[in-house]
Design a protein around this ligand. Sequence first.
Ligand code: GRF
Length: 205
Amino acid sequence: MAGVSSQKRLAVFCSGSGSNFEALAKAGRRGRLGTRIVVMVCDRPDAFAVVRANRYGIPAALLEPKAFGSREAHERAIVEMLKKFRVDLVALAGYMRIVGAQILRAYPGKILNIHPSLLPSFKGAHAVRDALEYGVKITGVSVHLATEELDGGPVILQEAVRVLPADTEESLLKRIHAVEHKIYPEAVRLLARGIKVKGRVIKTK
Ligand code: GRF
C-alpha cells in the first residue's frame, strides 16, 4: 500500500536512565536502526528514560506492576499494549524485571536484551561489580535473545572491554556503556534483517 512503511516496529523496555534507549532512538533518527521505535515501555514513573522518550517524541507507556493484581495481569496488559502499537520486535534496555512467559510467547525469538558482561560470565544484576571483584582482565557487552533463562539466551553480538588496573565500578561502567551504545543499534538492525537460530547459535544475514 502506498505510504505504508514496511519497516519493522520496535518497542524498547526501560526501568532507569535509558541511555541505551537514547542510543537506539538516535540511530533510528539517522536511519541506522532498520526499525522504527513506536513505543517505550516503562515500569517506573520516575525513570529518566521517560524524559528521554519525550525528547525524542516517542510515546512512553507506563505500566506499573502495582496497578495490576498479579505478574500475569501486568504482562497481559503489556502484551495488549504491544499489539495496539503493532510491535514486531522488542529491545530490553535496562528493564529491571524478569520478562515472563506471556511476553516471551507473544514474541518468540523477537526480544533482545543487553547485558554488561561477556556472557555466560557474570549473569545477573551486578555484572560490572562482579567482574571487577572476580579480577577478570577482560569483560564486555553481550546482546542476546531473551528466553526463560535469565541472561541465558543465544548471543547475537558481543564486544570485549579491557579492565584497567585503576578501574572503579564507575569508570568501567562508563566504557561499557560506550560499547553498549555502539553495538545495541547494530544488534537491533541484525535482528530486523532476519536471523536463523540453530541450537544456541545465531546466524545473521
Ligand atoms: C545497561 O548497562 C544494560 O547493559 C543493563 O542495564 C543498563 C541500562 O542502562 N541491562 P541504561 O538505562 O540504558 O542507561
